[in-house]
Design a protein around this ligand. Structure first.
Ligand code: KG4
Ligand code: ZN
Length: 338
C-alpha cells in the first residue's frame, strides 16, 4: 500500500514546531523554543504569537528539508486546533489552512492533549506501545489530567486539576526561589542532589481523582518567606534540599491519585505524557511501581515530552487512516476538550 506522509504543525503555547511522519515513523522533528519569555518569568501571549509568526516558515522548511522529501509527497497537513493560547493557535491554524489549500491536500485538526497521549504510538526501535485500555497521566504547564484511553480516539478525562497545573506548581515554586522560567527542569536537577525529607509540605485534600496545586504553591511561598526572614541566605544554602522536598511532595501527590485511579478502574497500565513527564522523580516512581504494584508503565522518549509536532503528526496519521478530515472553515479553539 501507499505510504502516508503527514506534515504536522504545533503552535499552542511558546514552542513553534513542525514534523514529518512517514506512516507512524518520524522523519523529522523541529522545535523552535522562544527565549523571549524567560525574563518575564512566564509565557507572554502577545510575544508568543509574534515569535510564532517569525519562526513558522523556517521551522517548516527545516522539517521538510531534514525529512528529505518533496513537498509534493505530503499527503495531509495536521495542526493543533487547541487547547492553548488563542494568538499562538491562530498562527499555526491559519498557516496549516493556507498550506492545505495551496497544496490541495486534506487538513486534519488535532487536540493537543490527545497528542500528548498518542505520542506513545510513534514507532521506535525497542519501544513498547501501550495496550488498550490504559490510563494516561498528562502533566504539563497547562494541564494535569488522568485520562482513561480505550482506543486511539475514545478518551475520557476521569480526574483533573481544579486550579493550577503541576507544571505551574513547578514553575511558580522555581520563581519563588529566584530560578529562571521554566523552572521545572531546574527544580528537577537540584532535587536529585538534595534530601527529599528535609522539609515537609502538606498534601492538598481534594476529592476523587482531581488535583489541586495552588495551596501547595502558597505553602511553599510562606515557608520560604519565613525562612528567609531568619536567614537571608536560606535559599542558596539549602537549594537542593528545598527542591528535593518540593519534588518529593509533588511526585507523591501524582502517585497517590494514580493508585486511586488504578483501584477504581481496574486498569494498571499507565502512560505519562506532557512536559512534566520528563521529570526524573515521576519516572523513577513509575518505574518502581512496576515491581511494587505490578503496573505496566510507559514513559515517553524525552523529545516527545515537552511540546513537539511529532505527537501532532501521529494523531494526524491515525485520523488520516480514519479519513477524519477538517474543512477550511475550521478555527482555533483555546478551550478544546479531549
Ligand atoms: O508540555 P509542555 O512543554 O507545555 C505545555 O503544554 O504546558 O510542558 C511544559 C512544562 C513546564 O511547566 C516545565 O517547567 C515542565 O513542563 N517541565 C518539567 C520538567 N521538564 C519540563 N517539570 C518538572 N521536571 C522536569 N524535568
Ligand atoms: Zn503540551
Amino acid at each position: 500500500s501507499q505510504n502516508i506522509y503527514i506534515l504536522a504543525i504545533e503552535s499552542s503555547c511558546d514552542d513553534t514546531a513542525a514534523a514529518i511522519l512517514k506512516n507512524d515513523t518520524l522523519l523529522s522533528n523541529i522545535v523552535a523554543t522562544q527565549e523571549v519569555h524567560q525574563k518575564f518569568g512566564g509565557v507572554v501571549p502577545e510575544l508568543a504569537s509574534r515569535a510564532h509568526q517569525q519562526n513558522i516558515v523556517p521551522v517548516i522548511h527545516q522539517a521538510i528539508a531534514e525529512a528529505n522529501i518533496d513537498k509534493k509527497d505530503i499527503s495531509a497537513i495536521a495542526f493543533t486546533k487547541g487547547p492553548g493560547l488563542m494568538g499562538s493557535l491562530l498562527v499555526g491554524t491559519s498557516f496549516a489552512k493556507s498550506l492545505a489549500l495551496g497544496l490541495n491536500i486534506p487538513l486534519i485538526e488535532v487536540n493537543h492533549m490527545q497528542a500528548h497521549i498518542l505520542a506513545h504510538f510513534i514507532k521506535e526501535q525497542n519501544y513498547k506501545i501501550p495496550e488498550f485500555p490504559f490510563l494516561a497521566l498528562t502533566i504539563s504547564g497547562g494541564h494535569t489530567q488522568i485520562v482513561r484511553v480505550d482506543s486511539h480516539f475514545e478518551m475520557k478525562v476521569i480526574g483533573q486539576t481544579i486550579d493550577d497545573a503541576v507544571g505551574e506548581a513547578y514553575d511558580k515554586s522555581a520563581k519563588i526561589m529566584g530560578l529562571p522560567y521554566p523552572g521545572g527542569p531546574l527544580i528537577d536537577k537540584y532535587a536529585q542532589l538534595g534530601d527529599p525529607k528535609a522539609y515537609k509540605f502538606t498534601k492538598p485534600k481534594v476529592g476523587g481523582l482531581d488535583f489541586s496545586f495552588s495551596g501547595l504553591k502558597t505553602a511553599i511561598l510562606y515557608f520560604i518567606q519565613k525562612q528567609v526572614k531568619e536567614n537571608p541566605n536560606f535559599i542558596e544554602e539549602n537549594r537542593n534540599d528545598i527542591c528535593a522536598s518540593i519534588q518529593y511532595t509533588i511526585v507523591n501527590i501524582l502517585m497517590d491519585k494514580l493508585k486511586k485511579a488504578v483501584k477504581e478502574t481496574g486498569i494498571n497500565q499507565i502512560a505519562i505524557g506532557g512536559g512534566v513527564s520528563a521529570n526524573s522523580g515521576i519516572r523513577k516512581a513509575l518505574n518502581e511501581a512496576e515491581g511494587k504494584y505490578g503496573w505496566k508503565t510507559y514513559v515517553p522518549k524525552f523529545e516527545y515530552t515537552t511540546d513537539n509536532a511529532a505527537m501532532i503528526g501521529i494523531v494526524g496519521y491515525y485520523k488520516y487512516l480514519a479519513k477524519d478530515f477538517t474543512d477550511l472553515s475550521v478555527t482555533a479553539q483555546p478551550r478544546y476538550k479531549i
